[in-house]
Design a protein. Structure first.
Length: 211
């Protein structure tokens, strides 16, 4: 009877050990899988909201992004806000849209400096590679005259990203004064947009240093 109990106990211990090993392997696999798409994200939206209101109050700007620069470890990400204030001279409510596009990188990332011609593993252009890092609020956001709205932006840096500096341009567009047809689609809001529809005067920059 005692011998059977001991054998049963040993069998149970072996099963538990194998279960722990399999669980450990599963956790490692999940960490690697999550890391490959950006890993843990630091949520800066609360700080962004407060800082953007400070910027609006101190400078009179009507479009801002905070933080404009940040240092990340490869495999990590950040979530931040842009800020849009409708102070249009026509006193109308307007719809606004943002777009986030790669603009340039430091020499250690791309010696040529051209993100469209520099490539990463697999032959993908550096520009297209950086676009996959970014997700953002793609709605055409209605903002009443005198009010503001803060669309979110999330950037996740893959674990295989080269160390160096990466810059993104954040554009904001609306339908233009005295035009109520609706803001352009987000993918039409870029450096080629009609200047009458570019909000805030120019694009804002987000500079990420990856270490």
């Amino acid at each position: 009877m005692k011998k059977g109990a001991i054998q049963l106990s040993l069998g149970f211990i072996v099963v538990v050990v194998f279960a722990v090993i399999l669980l450990s392997l599963a956790i490692v696999w999940l960490q690697q899988t999550m890391g490959s798409v950006g890993g843990l994200t630091t949520d800066l939206t609360q700080q962004s909201s407060a800082k953007i209101q400070e910027i609006f109050g101190e400078t009179g700007d009507n479009f801002a992004v905070w933080p404009s620069s940040y240092t990340l470890t490869a495999g990590k990400g950040i979530k931040l806000l842009a800020g849009i204030k409708n102070n249009a001279r026509d006193s109308y409510d307007h719809r606004y849209v943002i777009n986030v596009l790669p603009s340039t990188v430091s020499n250690e990332v791309c010696a040529e400096g051209d993100i469209d011609s520099c490539t990463v593993s697999g032959g993908t252009s550096l520009s297209d590679y950086m676009k996959t890092w970014v997700t953002f609020d793609k709605n055409k956001n209605p903002i009443k005259q005198g009010s503001s709205y803060s669309p979110w932006i999330e950037i996740k840096v893959p674990v295989d990203a080269r160390k160096g500096t990466y810059m993104f341009s954040v554009f904001c567009c609306y339908e233009g004064e005295n035009q109520q047809s609706g803001a352009p689609d987000y993918d039409d809001c870029n450096s080629d947009v009609d200047l009458g529809k570019l909000w805030g005067g120019s694009a804002k920059s987000i500079i990420l240093t990856v270490n």
